[in-house]
Ligand binder design. Sequence first.
Ligand SMILES: [Zn+2]
Length: 97
Amino acid sequence: MDKKQKDKALLDKFIGVYCRKKHRTDGMLCADCAALKDYAFEKLDKCPFDPKPKCKECTVHCYAEPYRTTMKEVMKFSGIYFVKRGRLDWLFKYLMR
Ligand SMILES: [Zn+2]
């Protein structure tokens, strides 16, 4: 699995948890979260940097509103969820790369 695929798998997890817990969906993403995921995947595919820098340190800031705000919320929400469930490894992998 290459790095972009790993990033996608992680995004998928984060958005999945967020939608399930916050929007009370079951297995399927709601329309908003599905759109966010599509958007995030597209951005990832089009990222001009190789290797991709941490978004925080990136100069492009490619996410446009409202996706930018929503994604921050997703990361925070799901980050806390994974910490509570002892899945710090995922979070660290995401933040420390
Ligand atoms: Zn949702």
